[in-house]
Design a protein around this ligand. Sequence first.
Ligand code: KDO
Length: 335
Amino acid sequence: MKTSLLRRGLLATASAAVLMGMLLPAAQAQTKVLLRVSTPAVPDDWHAKMWTVFKDTLEKSAPGEFDVQINLNASLFKQGTEPAAMARGNLELSSISAFDIAKLVPEFSVFTAGYIVRDPAHQQKVFNGPIGTEMFKVVSEKMEVTPLSTVYLGTRQVNLREARSVKTPADLKGVKLRMPGSKEWLFLGEALGATPTPLAFGEVYLGLKTGTIDGQDNPLPSVRAAKFYEVTKQIVMTSHLVDGIFIAISNKAYSAMNAAQKQKVKAAAEAAAAYNNENRIKEEGQLVEFFKQQGLQVATPDVDAFRKSVQTVYQNSDYAKVWPKGLLERINATK
Ligand code: KDO
């Protein structure tokens, strides 16, 4: 009697322990903060790999606290739809462009204009200083997403299917230049003198291969990672936009976190950007040689002619009308 009671007791304790063991991981998983990431970046690109740095950094600083789910190749949300998804609460994190922001915060269009940001160091100084603080505050209020760090996407160059002589914007007349699909992007293509054609990033390779477009513009590391060099013959070094994207989090997700969690998430976003920026800048410096080896012609246009023309187009546009007074001068004066 005594033994069987004892045995039953032991058995009950044992099965409770087994049950607990089965339930505990599920319970723990439920309490993890879900952070879904969506980006059009291709896996072999630094700004795709940076998300693994984000995830690992967060796992180190807050073990078991966050469930970071990385979705590349625009597999979760279409390029450009991420900010709306974040505002709705269907997505927590993404890297958003100045063009995405300018749709809802028109004054941000100053960063979509060609030949304004000078180089990656200038970009970091502008966004990590008072201008960035002011602008990001407006972004957070108007878009329900908060930028956490500034990622150097690279300096955009024109990349053509067939080589041609391009010295000034007039030489791009009639060239069907693919741009991402928003009016802010198309305007940049127009300012370059081309005929802009909207297409999502994921469709560019095929567009170049089949000839539905004559060219595209992207920084050299993106041309390498997405293999556009396989289906194009020329790169024209217009250097028309020192492009940046911003690791941003939905305000819904961010405001639900405690102060320590917020700080860790921000630090992880900064580590991810630093990883991208370092590798991207280094690679960008080496790629002209690589593309030449791949048989591409790398041409130098009259960059001053492009600069003058593009700056004039923007300054005379409706975009410039909403740039806060003195902002351009402050950007130029940031050293
Ligand atoms: C592109 O579609 O050309 C672009 O470079 C635009 C950027 O804002 C960004 O969306 C980028 O694509 C993707 O991350 C893919 O590299």
